[in-house]
Design a protein around this ligand. Structure first.
Ligand code: PLP
Length: 421
C-alpha cells in the first residue's frame, strides 16, 4: 500500500486502476489557450525565449503577477522586488521554510491534517514540526480550527513560522476572515512568520470566499504567499510556482537557495504562463463586473470561474457516488479533494482502519489515500485513521467508472459480507 506521495505517483502509472489518490487531473482540463501560447513560443523565431532568464523570474511574468495581486489586494503596495518565480510551488515552499529555520530544531507550526510536503521540508532543512490538530465537528461535519490551541503552542513551542494553507488540502476547508485575523494577531504577538500556501485560491465554491492573509494590515511584511501554475491552470508537469512577500530579505534568501538548485525557472514555460495570466486577467475583470451588474449576461467566463463551477459539479457527483457506496463524505468548500468517513463500511468489512480500507479498495482496482498520511505529527494520525481522501479532478468518464465499479463491489463483496454477519 502506498504510504507516501511518491508511491502514489508510481501507482498512477499502473494500468487498470481508477486512481483517485493522487492530486492531478486525468484529462485535459487545462485551458486550451495555454497550449496555443506554448505552441507559438516553440514556433517563434525569438531564440531568447529558449535561453536562461532572470533568476527572479521572467520580467513579463513578474509584471502580470504583480498587476494581478495588486488588483486582488488593492491596499497592499506590491512591486517587482516582492516576487520570486520558482520551479513549482514546492520550491517556493522549500526556499521559504529553509529561510525561516535558521537553527537546527527551530519549530514550524503546522495545522493537521496537512499536505505531507510541509513536514518533509521542515525535516530536511533541520527544523522540527509542531502541530495543532483540527477536528471534525460531529454535528456539522465541518473542520474546526482551535485558535486557543494555536496560541498555547505558539507560547510554549515558540515556532519561527506557521504554515497556513487555505483553501486547504486535504480537507477542502476555506479559513474565514475572522479565523485568519485571529491567527494574524497571534503571529504579531508571538513574532511568528506566516507561510501562506494559497495554491487552490481560484477554486472556492459559492458562497465561500477566499481571504488573502497578506491583505490583513501589517501582514504583507510578515508573510509569504505561495502560488502554483499546477493548480492555477492544471499543468502539473510544467513545474512553476512563485512566492510573494513584503519581506525583501526573504526574497533574497529564496534567491540564494533557488539559484543553487536550478539557477532560474524554465523560460518558455514562464512566457506561456505570463501570456495565459494576461489573458485570464482581462476575463477575470469582466467576470467580476458581470457578477455585480448582470447575472444573466452571456459573456464568456474566465477559465478560473468556469473551472470552479465545473469542480463544484464534480464534487456533487462524487459525494453522491461515495454516499451511495456507504461512505460518509464530509462537506467541502473548495478545491478537488473530498474526505469520507469509512468507519461503518470498514466495520462491515471487518477492517480495522482507514489504511486497511484503502488497501482493501485498491485490491478492487480503486485508489484513494488514507487521511492518516496527511499528518505532520504521527501521534495525530490515529485521530484521522477512519477517513480517506478522494481527488475528483477526473473526467466524467472516470467518475462514471467509479460509480459502476463501486456499485458492483457493493452488490457483490459488501452485500455478501453483510449477509454472513
Ligand atoms: C497544498 C499544496 N501545496 C503545494 C503543492 C505543490 O504544487 P506544485 O506542483 O506547484 O509544486 C500541492 C500539490 O498537490 C498542494 O496540494
Amino acid at each position: 500500500m502506498a504510504d507516501n506521495m511518491t508511491d502514489l505517483a508510481d501507482i498512477f502509472y499502473k494500468d487498470n486502476q481508477l486512481n483517485f489518490a493522487l492530486g492531478q487531473p486525468d484529462y485535459p482540463i487545462y485551458p486550451k489557450q495555454i497550449m496555443q501560447f506554448m505552441t507559438e513560443i516553440i514556433d517563434s523565431q525569438n531564440s531568447r525565449l529558449h535561453q536562461y532568464t532572470m533568476d527572479q523570474g521572467l520580467p513579463r511574468l513578474k509584471s502580470i503577477l504583480v498587476k494581478l495581486y495588486s488588483h486582488l489586494m488593492p491596499t497592499v503596495n506590491i512591486g517587482d522586488e516582492n516576487l520570486f518565480v520558482t520551479t513549482g510551488s514546492s520550491a517556493a515552499l522549500y526556499c521559504s521554510i529553509k529561510a525561516q529555520v535558521r537553527e537546527p530544531g527551530d519549530r514550524v507550526l503546522i495545522l493537521d491534517p496537512s499536505y505531507p510536503y510541509y513536514s518533509r521540508i521542515v525535516r530536511s532543512v533541520g527544523g522540527l514540526s509542531v502541530s495543532v490538530p483540527m477536528l471534525v465537528d460531529p454535528s456539522t461535519g465541518r473542520w474546526l480550527l482551535d485558535t486557543d490551541k494555536v496560541e498555547r503552542v505558539m507560547k510554549s513551542e515558540k515556532p519561527c513560522a506557521i504554515i497556513i494553507n487555505t483553501p486547504h488540502n486535504p480537507t477542502g476547508r476555506v479559513f474565514s476572515e475572522s479565523e485568519l485575523l485571529c491567527i494574524a494577531n497571534l503571529c504579531k504577538t508571538y513574532n511568528v512568520f506566516a507561510i501562506c500556501d494559497e495554491v487552490y485560491e481560484w477554486y472556492v465554491y459559492q458562497p465561500n470566499k477566499h481571504f488573502r492573509f497578506a491583505s490583513i494590515p501589517g501582514m504583507f511584511d510578515r508573510c509569504v504567499t505561495i502560488g502554483s501554475l499546477s493548480k492555477w491552470f492544471h499543468v502539473t508537469g510544467w513545474r512553476l510556482g512563485w512566492a510573494l512577500t513584503g519581506d525583501t530579505s526573504l526574497v533574497n534568501a529564496i534567491h540564494e537557495t533557488h539559484a543553487c538548485f536550478c539557477i532560474s525557472s524554465s523560460t518558455p514555460i514562464q512566457e506561456a504562463t505570463a501570456r495565459m495570466i494576461e489573458w485570464e486577467y482581462e476575463k477575470l475583470i469582466v467576470d467580476h463586473s458581470v457578477e455585480k451588474i448582470d447575472h444573466a449576461n452571456q459573456l464568456s467566463l474566465s477559465y478560473w470561474t468556469e473551472t470552479c463551477h465545473l469542480l463544484s459539479e464534480k464534487h456533487e457527483k462524487i459525494a453522491k457516488i461515495l454516499t451511495d457506496f456507504g461512505l460518509k463524505p464530509l462537506p467541502v468548500d473548495s478545491g478537488y479533494y473530498i474526505l469520507a468517513d469509512c468507519t461503518e463500511l470498514s466495520a462491515k468489512l471487518n477492517l480495522q482502519s482507514g489504511t486497511a480500507f484503502v488497501t482493501w479498495l485498491s485490491r478492487q482496482g480503486i485508489q484513494c489515500a488514507p487521511l492518516a498520511m496527511f499528518c505532520a505529527n504521527n501521534d495525530d494520525s490515529q485521530r484521522y485513521e477512519h477517513m480517506v481522501r478522494f481527488c475528483f479532478i477526473k473526467s466524467d468518464e472516470t467518475l462514471r467508472k467509479l460509480s459502476e465499479r463501486l456499485d458492483f463491489i457493493k452488490r457483490t463483496i459488501v452485500s455478501q459480507v453483510s449477509n454472513i454477519q
